[in-house]
Design a binder for this molecule. Structure first.
Ligand SMILES: Cc1cc2nc3c(=O)[nH]c(=O)nc-3n(C[C@H](O)[C@H](O)[C@H](O)COP(=O)(O)O)c2cc1C
Length: 193
């Protein structure tokens, strides 16, 4: 018997400035898996988007808020986040945690609560990370993974899986065949009910 798959919507947020970098390469494998399982996928390169840091105005947390008060490129991303069933965050390790591009986006997700207290509940999450050090602890990758886990546990989203590995030059991670297979399998798992 084949496993049931729905046509789920996946939004992929790419947090490296390198368009052919290692975290993006991992994310592309997740995308391949998700598409093979019947999902529709949209990807956004966060680098180059006009996304300001959260200014802590708390407009998004007020009763009857219409969302984030900052009018920048996060506004269309909010709509895509709300309608997607699954989110993929891909990031390099920068200074022992996720990239600034990724963290800006995560901080601004605070404003999603303006659209309902349950907006995160049931969202399916996959994480892809790459780092230069040989070890996920020494590299600081675990700090970022822990942050993602804490954030998504706190808001009631479902962490489906995380793939991460060591590489330096853009795309070098592709030679890690078992990791590539894990990433593809994660893409499938992300969209299977
Ligand atoms: C500003 C900067 C900071 C970095 N900091 C770390 C670090 O703290 N730990 C680490 O292992 N690698 C670090 N690296 C290396 C990258 O994480 C590594 O090259 C990674 O594969 C890049 O991913 P990307 O190709 O997706 O951009 C850093 C690279 C840059 C440019």
């Amino acid at each position: 018997m084949t496993e049931k798959t729905d046509s789920k919507k996946v939004l992929v947020l790419l947090g490296s400035p390198r368009k052919k970098g290692n975290s993006t390469t991992l994310a592309k494998k997740i995308i391949e898996g998700a598409k093979a399982a019947g999902a529709t996928v949209e990807q956004i390169y966060l680098h180059g988007q006009d996304i300001a840091p959260c200014n802590a105005c708390y407009a998004c947390q007020k009763p009857d808020s219409k969302g984030c008060a900052i009018d920048d490129d996060m506004q269309p991303i909010y709509q895509k986040l709300l309608t997607a069933d699954a989110w993929v965050f891909a990031s390099p390790v920068y200074w022992f945690t996720m990239s600034a591009q990724t963290k800006l986006c995560i901080d601004r997700c605070f404003a999603l609560l303006a659209f309902g207290k349950d907006v995160f509940v049931g969202k399916r999450i996959a994480i892809a990370m790459s780092y230069g050090d040989a070890d996920p602890f020494a590299s600081g990758c675990v700090n970022a993974l822990r942050t993602f886990q804490d954030v998504f546990r706190y808001v009631g989203a479902k962490m489906v899986g995380m793939v991460y590995g060591s590489a330096e030059a853009p795309g070098e991670i592709e030679s890690n065949h078992s990791l590539m297979e894990q990433a593809e399998a994660l893409g499938q798992k992300l969209v299977k009910s």
